[in-house]
Design a protein around this ligand. Structure first.
Ligand SMILES: [Zn+2]
Length: 311
């Protein structure tokens, strides 16, 4: 698989604040020429931790934590990592850019791991930077492998062949979502109530505009669940909780909520926490201790089970 990565390229996106942006509105998609590409999905990952490891030194595309956990929550962290294989030469970016939000969700992985512990919930963490391919975007959307993120051009994502896009999907995207789908299918067969939650973080300032929310809950079909969680968090008068802020879910531009949640008839949402509040281990711990009881408190009202659908 290592040689698959010879011509790297990639990107990730940030989203726009006004009025309530969808993910794709933030990206420059002018150079996206692959409207009808064929994406070949990778092999099933069932029974293995590593499905498509591109290189010995590189991490697996998905890390599953407490996969059999009894919690109704199934947690995802699609932007957990800023890792890019060496073959891609950082996609032409300097290392300071690769440590920015454009490459990953700062603090989200550690927060998600604490939530997994406190809720006794399964958690799936992606192993690679969203600059390579975004695990929370449909494969055919321009923002799946963006050529620009915020105001940063991603040289390594320009001019990709259909084959290269397919390789990235097979190496980083499909193994992650196949693993999540296998767990959701298993829970469906067991008639286990399930709620899907993605754990994310967002920048305090976007294009010069300060964001007033400490956290946000993003949802689409599961408005009852989303609003119940918001109400629970907003009971703390110190918190300004975004209701579908700072982003809005759009089926054409999001993956986790539409595919793993809404299409299965499961309650589903993304939780977004402002990154300055996750800048230290103490801050991350405080947010886990705030979010875990809120999630546990609303779970009882949402006992949905789904049919198996596959990824
Ligand atoms: Zn994110």
């Amino acid at each position: 698989m290592a040689q698959v990565m010879k011509h790297a390229n990639w990107i990730k996106v940030e989203r726009v604040p006004q009025p309530v942006p969808t993910h794709g509105q933030v990206y420059n998609s002018r150079s996206f020429p692959y409207a009808k590409q064929r994406i070949k999905h990778g092999a099933s990952v069932s029974g293995t931790e590593v499905a498509a490891m591109p290189d010995k030194q590189d991490p697996p595309p998905v890390t599953a934590v407490n996969e059999g956990g009894p919690s109704p929550y199934v947690l995802l962290c699609e932007h957990a990592s800023n890792h890019i294989p060496a073959e891609y030469a950082g996609l032409g970016l300097q290392s300071p850019d690769l440590r920015r939000h454009i490459a990953w969700d700062i603090g989200a992985a550690d927060l998600a791991r604490l939530l997994s512990q406190q809720l006794d919930a399964p958690l799936f963490l992606s192993g690679y930077s969203r600059l390579l391919i975004d695990c929370n975007r449909p494969l055919l959307t321009p923002t799946s492998i963006p050529t620009r993120s915020e105001d940063t051009e991603i040289p390594g994502n320009h001019g990709l062949t259909v084959d290269e896009r397919g390789r990235r999907a097979a190496a980083y995207f499909t193994p992650f979502h196949n693993r999540v789908a296998a767990t959701l299918d298993r829970r469906a067969r067991a008639a286990a109530p399930t709620i899907v939650v993605g754990v994310h973080s967002f920048t305090p300032v976007f294009r010069g505009v300060a964001r007033p929310w400490q956290c946000g809950v993003l949802y689409a079909a599961a408005a009852g669940f989303g609003q119940a969680l918001i109400a629970r968090l907003a009971a703390d008068p110190r918190l300004n909780v975004g209701d579908n802020q700072p982003y809005q879910i759009a089926a054409a531009e999001d993956y986790t909520v539409p595919v793993h949640g809404d299409q299965r008839g499961l309650p589903a949402a993304l939780i977004e926490v402002r990154q300055d509040l996750l800048a230290t281990p103490k801050g991350i711990k405080e947010w886990a201790q705030r979010l875990a009881p809120a999630l546990a408190g609303v779970a009882a009202g949402f006992r949905a089970t789904s049919r198996p659908t596959g990824c």
